[in-house]
Write a protein that binds this ligand. Structure first.
Ligand code: OSB
Ligand code: MG
Length: 368
């Protein structure tokens, strides 16, 4: 399969609701879109790097340098028999996992379209719809309780609350008072340290399904220490970038559950390997989100059809995030189930080209 040309765009969409986490507030979403063409079909993907290094180190400016100067000129005009052959060309370079994922995922879409296979079939997925919950950003407690009510009403299978120092136990008390039995989790995005052990221990009283990424990105050791001190399961997000990270974290007892984001870990091959390592340890996984548009959302749904994605993911309805999407198909969950888009080949959604044009901030073409 020859990659005949590539189109790299930077897209900006306003968010329906601003999204606040422990260290950032997003009012709009800026992201790269990559389109690869060959054999009369096109494959596309969305990057999860932010304008600034606030989730992990990768940024859009860094990605542009890596893709424009190094990777895209190398792959356009070349033939690759399968995604692993393409991945071999990306592997020598350090870091840049979100950029590598962008390229690898677009190629998976292109390759499965050329083969006439749904992406989930090529990945080994087993579901027609995936269970999903919502991730609620930091707001005033009464606002959050009202948003929990909406999500429960809509049938979402789990509510995840963003927490931070000073915005945690009172919030949990209020939500638990209103919803004693709803499946509830918290995500700290690294906001805590060992000095907060008493707060983390106090969370045991709220019957949480897990506490996501309480401590620093690079701190497997202290996560293991905390996990030994509390009853609630820990789940790692930012800390897990490779299958080896996952093996070490689970072997060390630093977590019992893994959040998989295909962008964070460098693509489908790594995501699948992390899925498999977790399964070998008896650790369930779930598919995280990065406020993606329909492109990234569709990819996430295909990934989450793999068998060990047994906990509800973050891929809730696109209309919760955006007034209008850059794909034609609505990606909407019903009763907490998000259907896999399309029955046809690849990722199963199509680009709304005229709208995409109006929300594109930059376009670059690469030809052989
Ligand atoms: O930690 O999962 C996270 C959004 C941006 C950056 C990091 C995270 C998130 C979310 C939102 O939790 C998930 C979503 O709704 O897409
Ligand atoms: Mg997270």
């Amino acid at each position: 399969l020859k990659i005949e040309s590539a189109e790299l765009r930077i897209v900006n969409l306003p968010l329906v609701t601003p999204f606040k986490v422990s260290n950032q507030t997003l009012t709009d979403k800026t992201f790269p879109v990559l389109i690869l063409r060959g054999e009369g079909v096109e494959g596309f993907s969305e990057g999860v790097m932010d304008p600034f290094p606030d989730y992990l180190e990768e940024t859009i400016p860094g990605a542009l340098g890596f893709l424009r100067d190094l990777i895209l000129p190398q792959i356009v005009g070349k033939r690759f028999g399968n995604p692993a052959e393409l991945a071999a060309l990306l592997a020598p370079w350090r870091g840049h996992r979100m950029s590598k994922a962008l390229v690898e995922m677009a190629f998976w879409d292109l390759w499965t379209k050329a083969l006439g296979l749904p992406l989930k079939a090529a990945l080994g997925g087993v579901r027609d719809a995936v269970p999903v919950g919502v991730s609620l950003g930091i707001t005033a407690i009464d606002t959050t309780v009202a948003r929990v009510a909406e999500a429960v009403e809509a049938g979402y299978k789990r509510i995840k609350l963003k927490v931070a120092q000073g915005h945690d136990l009172a919030l949990l008390e209020a939500v638990r008072r209103a919803y004693p039995d709803v499946k509830l989790t918290v995500d700290a995005n690294t906001a805590y340290g060992l000095a907060d052990l008493a707060t983390l221990r106090a969370m045991d009283a709220f019957n949480l399904d897990y506490i996501e990424q309480p401590l620093a990105v690079d701190d497997i050791h202290d996560h293991a220490l905390v996990q030994r001190e509390i009853a609630t399961a820990l789940c790692l997000d930012e800390s897990i970038r490779t299958p080896a990270d996952c093996r070490k974290a689970l072997a060390a007892g630093a977590a019992r559950i893994i959040n998989i984001k295909v962008g964070r870990v460098g693509g489908y091959a790594a995501a699948r390997a992390i899925h498999d390592v977790s399964e070998a340890f008896g650790a369930p996984v779930w598919c995280g989100g990065m406020l993606e548009s329909g492109i990234g959302r569709a990819h996430n749904i295909h990934l989450a059809t793999l068998p060990n994605f047994t906990k509800p993911g973050d891929t809730s309805s696109a209309s919760r995030y955006f007034h209008r999407d850059i794909i034609n198909e609505p990606l909407e969950a019903a009763d907490g189930l998000m259907p896999v888009p399309g029955n046809g080949p690849g990722v199963g959604v199509t680009l709304d080209r005229p709208f995409l044009e109006t929300v594109t901030r930059m376009t670059e073409e690469f030809r052989a």
